[in-house]
Design a binder for this molecule. Structure first.
Ligand code: C2E
Ligand code: CA
Ligand code: CA
Length: 309
């Protein structure tokens, strides 16, 4: 393996980091090239990421982080019914404009500061839920993302309890999405934490299901309230029978576990119809709606309340 370091002004530590970054781009495939260059593009990325990390405190202070809501629809009845929303973070950066979470969440996960950001999102979400309830007399439960790092936070349950108490909402209205890979990281740890959360009335959804490597044995012993299928499963179901068979297989597992299945990343009518026919319970995706602002989601709550009358 040969690694070329581009920037001679860098100190030894920086050179090492850059060499590592370059070597990480080398595929494990023996037929792929075994040479990587730390080039300008990688340098720009490094500077951008360092800038995002450096800007976090100011962004929190100045409320540059905001939350959006992506509706989830129950499709088990004839007409799809609004049943929840996933809370997603957005960063309105003064210089870079809207920054997608995929560009900054992994960075904050690496340096451990994702915990602060997650807590910020949970607080904003709970406050917003309370506002809708005051405004419309009703709302729908919403789900927030819980990072792997949070699972190791001894104050997790107490912090969530405090948020719901402060906002006078119930635990069953705040669903928690925990990625499947957190379950496969440390089964004993996650089982204890999830049991603690469920004992307090929080609903736990296993997010990105299919991305990790849960064994059937592990699944049957896990405490969860819903399985959320990873988007990668959905992308090709309309074109590829094998992909659809995989989804049907997951639906069978969920039926066996007695939990509903949420499919995310549903973009077309054909995907929606196939999932409905196969017995999928809940759908989230651009087909129904992209993530929307709190005001727009409020209108959806109101519309759904009118339709139910
Ligand atoms: P995720 O939890 O799997 O969230 C779903 C992502 O899929 C969201 O991207 C959503 O906008 C996108 N999406 C939804 N429907 C469709 C669709 O039909 N087609 C396509 N192509 N995409 C769709 P987003 O908001 O960019 O979030 C990306 C990831 O960032 C999330 O994946 C989650 O892992 C993380 N994230 C976002 N907000 C938070 C947060 O508040 N806390 C934590 N810990 N992670 C977050
Ligand atoms: Ca999620
Ligand atoms: Ca997901």
């Amino acid at each position: 393996m040969c690694i070329r370091i581009f920037y001679r002004s860098a100190n030894l530590e920086q050179r090492f980091d850059r060499a590592t970054a370059a070597s990480n781009t080398i595929s494990k495939n023996i037929h792929s090239p075994h040479i990587a260059v730390y080039d300008n593009q990688m340098h720009e990325k490094e500077l951008y990421e360092a800038r995002l990390l450096g800007d976090m405190d100011k962004a929190l202070e100045e409320h540059q982080f905001m939350v959006v809501f992506q509706p989830k629809y129950d499709i088990t009845t004839d007409t799809p019914r609004l049943c929840s929303a996933e809370v997603l973070i957005r960063w309105k950066h003064p210089e870079f404009g809207f920054v997608r979470p995929d560009s900054f969440m992994p960075l904050f996960e690496e340096n451990g500061r994702i915990k602060e950001l997650d807590r910020y999102v949970w607080r904003e979400a709970a406050k917003q839920l309370k506002r809708w309830k005051d405004l419309y007399g009703t709302a729908v439960p919403i789900s927030v993302n819980v990072s792997r790092v949070d699972i190791y936070d001894p104050d997790l349950v107490d912090y969530l309890k405090q948020i719901i108490a402060e906002n006078n909402i119930s635990a069953s209205e705040l669903h928690l999405e925990i990625t499947e890979t957190a379950y496969t990281d440390s089964v004993t740890q996650i089982k204890g934490v999830v049991e603690g959360l469920r004992n307090e009335g929080f609903m736990v959804e296993m997010d990105d299901f299919g991305k990790g490597y849960s064994s059937l044995n592990m699944l049957t012993s896990l405490p969860i309230d819903a399985l959320k299928l990873d988007m990668a499963f959905i992308t090709d179901i309309a074109e590829n029978n094998k992909e659809m068979s995989m989804v049907e297989f997951v639906l069978e597992i969920a039926r066996f576990l007695g939990v509903p299945v949420i499919a995310e990343g549903v973009e077309s009518a054909s995907q929606y119809l196939l999932l409905k026919k196969a017995g999928c319970d809940i759908i989230q995706g651009y087909y129904f709606s992209k993530p929307v602002s709190a005001t727009e989601f409020g209108h959806l709550i109101e519309k759904s309340r009118m339709a139910a009358r």
